[in-house]
Structures are given as C-alpha cells and as structure tokens.
Design a protein around this ligand. Structure first.
Ligand code: 3PG
Length: 193
C-alpha cells in the first residue's frame, strides 16, 4: 500500500488512477501536508474505485475530517485511548511492543500497523511479536523498499505492506506518473512473486 505525502490535490486523481492501473487497490494519504484533506477529497470524488485511507492520524478530531473528505479507513503510527474512542471507521492503529499489541488486541484490533518497521527491528521483530498472539496481523511501514520487502512478505502475520518508496516525493512533485507507474508495477510484482 503506497503511503502518500503530497499537497498536489489537482494531480491526486491522476496519481490514484496510475496506481490502480499498476495493480495497487488501496492507498493511504497521510495528513502531513495542509492540502491532505483536499487530496483525499479529490481522490474520493474522481477515483471511487480505489480503496482510500488516511494516515498519520494523531488527533481524535481528524477522524470526522477524513470521513467528511471521503476516506474509507484510517491509519495511525501508534494509538491512544482518545484515538480509539474517536475511531468512526475501519481503523488500523499502530503497535511496536508486546504491551501495545496486547492493548490493541484487547480493544478488538486484530490488524495493527507496525511502525517504524525497519527502525523497530524489521521482519524479525514482527515475527517474534506475533508468536504469542497469532491472531494479530500486521501492516509494517517505515523504511521498507525493494531490497527488504521480501523479508516482510514471507511472514504469514503480515497482512499488507506500506511505504513511500514507490511514490517518491520528487516524482510526485514532478507529476511523473510514468515513473510512479513503473515503480508501483514493480512493487506489485515483488509481492505477487
Ligand atoms: C508511514 O507513515 O507509514 C511511513 O512514514 C512510511 O515510511 P516510509 O516513507 O519509510 O516508507
């Protein structure tokens, strides 16, 4: 799943179509730019076929904002009681320790983000973390790329893999959709193979 950081709402539908064409069915638009809600709104309006999520949710009020903009799921780097209480749509909160993982499981979250994946020990850490709680599945993100994706993809506890490596900021700001398409296609092929 691509983790998108962009303030280019005008080009967002072309970006979403380019990713769809490359075989990517879901995207996460992070709330890290002041245009993120406009980006989400444009994709929701013009490319309803893509499963659209909003990421970097750090404040409870953001759930209603992204819902109003058209997001269908939310992702956070971690979790707090107020975020869990405010969640009003399918939600993937983050955990990197056994205690965080267990707290989220107790709150009913079997799908958890694992972030920042590489810095937190990578695939080996996820594998160890999942041993006592095999019902938990993870979406690792952070530092994942063509070189290390296979380590994550080989784990049965990994449900999806996120990252920005195939939608680099430079290509986004140049609206270089040919480059993004090629990288996304390659990423999809690595996962399929
Ligand atoms: C995220 O929010 O999931 C990460 O910032 C993505 O990490 P990456 O840019 O290293 O892929």
């Amino acid at each position: 799943m691509p983790v998108i950081v962009t303030d280019d709402a005008e080009a967002a539908p072309d970006l979403a179509n380019c990713l769809l064409d490359a075989g990517i069915g879901a995207i996460e638009v992070t709330l890290r730019t002041d245009k993120a809600l406009a980006v989400i709104g444009a994709i929701a309006k013009y490319v309803p076929a893509i499963k659209l999520g909003a990421g970097s949710i750090c404040h409870p009020e953001q759930f209603q904002q992204i819902k109003d903009a058209g997001a269908r799921f939310a992702v956070s780097p971690g979790a707090t009681p107020s975020l869990l209480e405010a969640a009003n749509m399918p939600y993937v909160p983050g955990a990197v320790t056994a205690s965080e993982c267990l707290s989220l499981l107790a709150a009913g979250y079997e799908l958890q983000k694992f972030f920042p994946a590489e810095q937190a020990g990578g695939a080996a850490t996820i594998n160890a973390l999942s041993a006592p709680t095999p019902q938990v599945r993870f979406c690792p993100t952070g530092g994942i790329n063509e070189q290390n994706i296979a380590q994550y993809a080989s784990l049965s506890c990994v449900a999806c893999i996120g990252g920005s490596w195939f939608v680099p900021r430079q290509a986004l700001s140049n609206r270089d959709f040919a480059a993004i398409y090629a990288r996304a296609k390659h990423a999809a092929a690595l996962l399929a193979g």
